[in-house]
Design a protein around this ligand. Structure first.
Ligand code: NAI
Length: 268
C-alpha cells in the first residue's frame, strides 16, 4: 500500500522543476496526477514520463493567473480521474532582482498575478472539489524569502508572504471540512532558472553552497519530499504551517547579519 493510492492530485507548474518532481513522486506513490502548466509541451512530456514508468498522469494547459482556466483545470481532474484530493499550488515565476522603484509595470503585474493571484485562483477553484470528497489537502509553494527578505526581491517576496497568510486563513476556514492547507518555503533549489543564471554568474553556485549550513543546494526532489509529506496522512494533524526547506540558509543569513552588527559595535 503506497501513501497516495486512490488519490487524485493536481500539480500546477508541473512541467519543470519542483512541480515536475512533486508530480513524479506523488504518482510513484499511487496518485493519479493532473500536470497543469502554461507550457503544454513540457506538461505532456512530464506526464508521458510518469505513464511510461507505470503511473497515472494527464497534462493540462493552464495559466494560473486566469481564474476561468483554474476552474477548467479542476473540472478536467474531476472528469478524467473522478475527483480531487491533493492540490500543489506551485506555479510561479521569479522576480527581477532590482530595487523596488525600478520594477516596471509589466514585472509587477506578472509576478503578482502568477505568484499570488495564481495560487488564490487555484485554491478557490479546488476547494469545492475537495469538499465534495469530504476532505483533502493543499500545499502551496512559497519561498524562504517570504520569511526573511533579502534586498531587491520586494514584489516577489511580498507575493510569497501573501501565500503564507493565505495558507493560515484557508487552514482556519476549511479545517472543519477536513481540508488541510500548508505551504513549503524552498531555499535555493537547483532548477533550470539557476543553471541559466550560473552561465552569467558562476560564483553563485559555490557561494550558496558555502552559505548553507547543510553544505549544498536544495534539489527539486528535496522539495517534492516535503510537499508529499505535508500531503500525506503522516501530516494528518498539521495545518496552517509554512515549512521552511532550505538546509538552514535563512538561519545563516540572520546569523551573518548579527555578526556584522557585532563587528560594527566592536564586539566581535
Ligand atoms: P521552474 O521555472 O523550473 O518551473 C516552473 C513551472 O511553472 C514551469 O514549467 C512553467 O512553465 C510553469 N509556470 C510558470 N508560470 C505559470 C503560469 N502562469 N501558469 C501555469 N504554469 C506556469 O520553477 P521552480 O524553480 O520549479 O519553481 C517552482 C516554484 O517554487 C515557484 O513558485 C517558485 O517561485 C518557487 N521557488 C523556487 C525556488 C528555486 O530556487 N528554484 C526557491 C523558492 C521558491
Amino acid at each position: 500500500m503506497s501513501r497516495f493510492d486512490g488519490k487524485v492530485a493536481i500539480v500546477t507548474g508541473a512541467g519543470a522543476g519542483i512541480g515536475k518532481s512533486t508530480a513524479r513522486l506523488l504518482a510513484r506513490e499511487g496518485a493519479a496526477v493532473l500536470l497543469a502548466d502554461r507550457d503544454l509541451k513540457s506538461g505532456e512530456a512530464a506526464a508521458a514520463e510518469i505513464t511510461a514508468a507505470g503511473g497515472k498522469a494527464a497534462a493540462f494547459e493552464v495559466d494560473v493567473s486566469d481564474p476561468h482556466g483554474c476552474r477548467e483545470m479542476v473540472e478536467r481532474a474531476e472528469s478524467v480521474f473522478g475527483g480531487v484530493d491533493i492540490v500543489h499550488a506551485n506555479a510561479g515565476i521569479d522576480g527581477p532582482n532590482t530595487l523596488f522603484h525600478e520594477h516596471d509595470d509589466a514585472i509587477i503585474e506578472a509576478v503578482t498575478k502568477v505568484n499570488f493571484l495564481g495560487a488564490i485562483y487555484t485554491c478557490r477553484a479546488a476547494i469545492p472539489a475537495l469538499k465534495a470528497r469530504a476532505g483533502g489537502c493543499i500545499v502551496m509553494t512559497s519561498s524562504r524569502v517570504s520569511l526573511q527578505v533579502p534586498a531587491t526581491m520586494s514584489v516577489y517576496a511580498a507575493a510569497k508572504a501573501g501565500l503564507n497568510k493565505l495558507t493560515e486563513s484557508l487552514a482556519l476556514e476549511y479545517g472543519p471540512y477536513n481540508i488541510r492547507v500548508n505551504a513549503v518555503a524552498p531555499g535555493v533549489t537547483l532548477t533550470e532558472f539557476w543553471f541559466v543564471l550560473f552561465e552569467r554568474r558562476p560564483e553563485l553556485r559555490p557561494y550558496y553552497e558555502a552559505l548553507t549550513p547543510l553544505g549544498r543546494w536544495g534539489t527539486p526532489d528535496d522539495m517534492a519530499k516535503a510537499v508529499a509529506f505535508l500531503a500525506s496522512d503522516d501530516a494528518a494533524f498539521i495545518t496552517g504551517v509554512t515549512l521552511l526547506v532550505d538546509g538552514g540558509l535563512n538561519l545563516r543569513q540572520a546569523d551573518l547579519a548579527y555578526q556584522g552588527a557585532l563587528k560594527e559595535l566592536g564586539r566581535w
